[in-house]
Design a protein around this ligand. Structure first.
Ligand SMILES: [Zn+2]
Length: 42
């Protein structure tokens, strides 16, 4: 029996520092380097 540790929470990872990207102030941003993922709206 293999224990599958599925990661449901790390859908968003900072490509820069691999930090956690969380939803704050109405937008997603990295908690470490304040990286903001691309938005479809400019
Ligand atoms: Zn980051």
């Amino acid at each position: 029996m293999a224990i599958n540790q599925s990661t449901t929470v790390d859908a968003y990872r900072c490509p820069d520092c691999h930090g956690e990207i969380t939803f704050a102030d109405g937008s997603w941003e990295c908690t470490d380097c304040t990286y903001v993922p691309r938005h479809s709206a400019d």
